[in-house]
Design a protein around this ligand. Structure first.
Ligand code: NI
Length: 181
């Protein structure tokens, strides 16, 4: 297993539309293991392959506190949505920024597992939100796209300033109790 580098906004590679997975092989399993390791180390509760510069439709999620509920979704498709929820979201590709986004409260998702077997399952609460957030990544979309142009521009400038400062002194990589994906 290996830690992968997480791309950060406004890196244009985050705007890539990911391709469906067609080969369910050892390389795919390695990617998934690396993604879990990278997500847990960040720390985060979700990660899309897009964020580690691999443009395949793969997402990993674990919203548990003790890394005990790993969820892997390959080629995910939302086949039903219900309700509406507004959640303060964070993203590993937009470090330290949190803002409210409205999404469906419940989703039914069809996806493949790492062996290529198809599954259908209902998700709600933070899992439903996280899945929608990660699926946006696979289409080159970020949660800051839901905010105003002014806000997004302010975030871009803040992150650029922080990256410049990080070059001269070590990062304090803490987001407190809030969780990013
Ligand atoms: Ni994200």
């Amino acid at each position: 297993m290996a830690l992968r580098t997480i791309l950060e906004f406004p890196d244009p590679r985050l705007r890539t539309r990911a391709a469906p997975v067609t080969r369910f092989d050892a390389a795919l399993s390695t990617l998934i293991e690396d993604m879990f390791q990278t997500m847990y180390a960040a720390p985060g509760i979700g990660l899309a392959a897009t964020q580690v510069d691999v443009h395949l439709r793969v997402i990993v999620i674990d919203v548990s506190k003790d890394h005990k509920e790993p969820v892997t979704l390959i080629n995910p498709e939302i086949i039903a949505r219900e309700g509406e929820a507004s959640t303060e979201e964070g993203c590993l590709s937009v470090p330290g920024i949190f803002d409210e986004v409205k999404r469906a409260a419940k989703v039914r998702v069809r996806s493949h597992d790492r062996k290529g077997k198809a599954h259908e399952r209902d998700y709600e609460d933070i899992l439903a939100i996280c899945i929608q957030h990660e699926m946006d990544h696979l289409d080159g979309k970020l949660f800051v796209d839901y905010l105003s142009d002014l806000k997004r521009e302010r975030i871009r400038k803040k992150l650029e300033k922080e990256r410049r400062e990080r070059a001269t002194r070590p990062a304090a990589n803490s987001t407190g109790a809030r969780r990013a994906y």
